[in-house]
Ligand binder design. Structure first.
Ligand code: GDP
Length: 197
């Protein structure tokens, strides 16, 4: 597992606080409650690496983790789309995430976490637009696929892949579940490959 032995490095509230060195980064983004923390924990085989949120949308922190002793990094970006978030925080979120995606030279690739029952929301499309504009490849994890029948999951995957096709070859998708678990090896392989590409 390329994501074993991942360790917490630091939290940043501002882009200026991010470390400046050149380790390539894989960033996780997604709508609050889509299963981002669970996916991170599952991929890294750790129970509490990322906190599974009981009150989604509160923290606006970028959390950095070191992979393989710092050869590369995982970056957990704050979740979006939580209804009860005040406008000011929403604007801060846009500045933080948009700024990170635009300016972070070491950002190699994104893991975009979507609940497979509600994929491609407006804010997901906004993320994909930014990623496309700034030339960042995206691998979409359609999480909680244990909640769908096999047929419904396959149909959703097909539909999402179809939608991503227009954005170019750097936009891929797969089914994923942290609970069953499903698609874990596939996700590790795809994300690790994108990180070193
Ligand atoms: P985050 O806000 O995106 O970090 O989402 P969390 O990882 O905190 O998960 C939100 C909720 O969805 C929690 O109650 C999790 O137990 C649940 N959840 C996360 N992943 C899965 C999954 O693969 N299958 C199912 N059935 N539930 C999940």
């Amino acid at each position: 597992n390329p994501f074993a032995h991942t360790t917490f490095v630091m939290s940043c509230a501002k882009l200026e606080q991010l470390p400046a060195d050149g380790a390539p980064e894989l960033a996780f983004v997604g709508r609050s409650n889509a299963g981002k923390s669970s996916a991170l924990n599952t991929l890294c085989q750790q129970k509490t690496l990322a906190r599974v949120s009981k009150t989604p949308g509160r923290t606006q922190l970028i959390n950095l983790f070191a992979l393989r002793g710092g050869q590369s990094r995982l970056v957990d970006l704050p979740g979006y789309g939580y209804a009860a978030v005040p406008d000011a925080i929403r604007r801060d979120w846009g500045k933080l995430i948009g700024g990170y995606l635009e300016t972070r030279d070491t950002l190699k690739t994104l893991a975009v976490i979507m609940d497979c029952r509600h994929p491609l929301t407006d804010l997901d499309e906004q993320m994909l637009d930014w990623a496309q504009a700034y030339g960042r490849p995206c691998h979409v994890l359609l999480t909680k696929c244990d909640k769908l029948s096999r047929g419904a999951g396959a149909a959703t995957l097909l539909q999402v892949r179809q939608a991503l096709k227009a954005r170019g070859p750097g936009f891929t998708a797969q089914l994923f579940s942290s609970h069953t678990p499903t698609g874990v090896d596939e996700a590790r392989a795809a994300l690790a490959a994108a990180l070193v590409a």
